[in-house]
Structures are given as C-alpha cells and as structure tokens.
Design a protein around this ligand. Structure first.
Ligand code: MN
Length: 227
C-alpha cells in the first residue's frame, strides 16, 4: 500500500448505546416523508413523492452541542429516525430490506432554512443548507437486535420544554424497507451507510441557548443545546 501524501482523514463514527462505535460511510436523507411537513413547506404530498439528498458522514455529531452555524439567521430543527446499515447491496428486495439494518437512533437534520430556500428557488443543490458542520446531532445507536424495527410510535421535539414537532412513525410515506429498497436501485448501499428518514410537521427556528429535546418512542431520546 503506497503512503498517502497527506495524513489519512479519520473515518467518522457515531457511538452505540453499549459503548461501541459505528463507522459511517454515507448519510442519505429523505425529504418530505411526512405529508404534514410537506404541506407546511408549501408542497402537495399527493402530487410529489419523497426524495433523497445527502449530508456528509462527519456532519454527524453526538456531543450534545449544536454550534449555531455561520451565514444563516433561520436555522431549523428537524427530528428524524436514523437508520444504520450493517450490510448493503444493489436492488435489495423489499422483503429483505430490514435484514440490512444494524440499528436506529434519534437524530436531527439541522437546516439553514434561509439558504435552503434560496437554493430551492434557484434550482440549485441543497448542500449549503443541509450539509454543514455538525448539522446532524445524533443520539447513541440502539441495536435492532434489542428493539426490533420500529414502524410506529411517537416522534416529537420540544424546545426549552415547549412542544414544537409531533408525529408518528406510522405517518412516514416511505417506510424504512421502502427507503432501503429504493436507495439500492440508485446507489450501492454498504455497511456504515445511514439514512435519516424525514421529519414530521412543526419545524421552526432555534436561537443560541435553546435546548432541543427529541424523542422517538421505542428508540430513545436526544438532548442538544444550541451554542
Ligand atoms: Mn430532514
């Protein structure tokens, strides 16, 4: 193996509940996977399917702090179920899709909404609004071997104790097996890939000092301070 010409970057990883680490290869995110959120963003869920975009693996952050990012004055929380894959492939059949899941976590798809809005309007990619530093706060992963594969249960987020987001996993337009099967038709999935499953209604802005508390029934909770 030839020497690298610069030091090799570390493989990003996120913690697991039992003290292990899960190395992350890719981060796929689902957009508009809850009808009520599609409506609040000005879209008609009966006419538009969900879709995918990506964050960077090193955007995931289990520190419990979310540093308010630069170049935005409208940063929104989006509570999401994160699905972590232990195996992958292409053209995965729906009925086998859950066999590829290692576990689940509560996560946040933090979004520079003002910049995302500008990009949408101009028909440009969303990275500047979605894939910035520490834009993916995440709780420790919980193994599917312990909790099974949650397909229903409350998903909610409070800010400073006040309810903001609320929904149920059973409202997801694309269920977890469908997301995996669909993605595997376009990309070769692999161990270490994670999928953030989309957010229920109630997204809104945060300011420095806010404390976000997210919960997903059967999966866990996540507390993040905006710093
Ligand atoms: Mn999202």
């Amino acid at each position: 193996m030839p020497d690298h010409v610069i030091p090799a970057p570390q493989v990003p990883s996120i913690p697991t509940r039992d003290g292990g680490t899960f190395p992350v290869r890719r981060v796929y995110c689902v957009g508009r996977n809850f009808a009520a959120h599609a409506v609040e963003m000005g879209h008609d869920p009966d006419r538009e399917d969900p879709f995918f975009f990506q964050k960077n693996p090193d955007n995931l952050d289990a520190s419990g702090d979310f540093p308010y990012p630069p170049n935005s004055s409208d940063v929104h929380h989006e509570v999401e179920l994160l699905v972590a894959l232990k195996s992958g492939g292409s053209n995965i059949a729906l009925e086998n899709a859950l066999d590829h899941v290692w576990g689940y976590a509560v996560s946040l798809d933090m979004t520079r909404r003002d910049l995302q809005g500008q990009m949408k309007k101009a028909g440009r990619p969303w990275e500047i609004g979605k894939a910035f530093e520490r834009s993916g706060p995440v709780a420790p992963l919980v193994p599917a071997a312990d909790i099974g594969h949650p397909d229903q249960g409350r998903i909610a987020l409070n800010v400073n104790g006040e309810p903001r987001q609320e929904g149920d996993l059973n409202q997801m337009i694309w269920k977890v097996p469908e997301m995996i099967a669909y993605l595997s038709e376009y990309f070769t999935l692999a161990p270490g890939d994670v999928i953030m499953s989309g957010t229920p209604a109630g997204v809104a802005a945060v300011v420095r000092g806010d404390v976000m508390e997210a919960t997903i029934e059967g999966v866990g909770s996540l507390r993040v301070k905006v710093t």
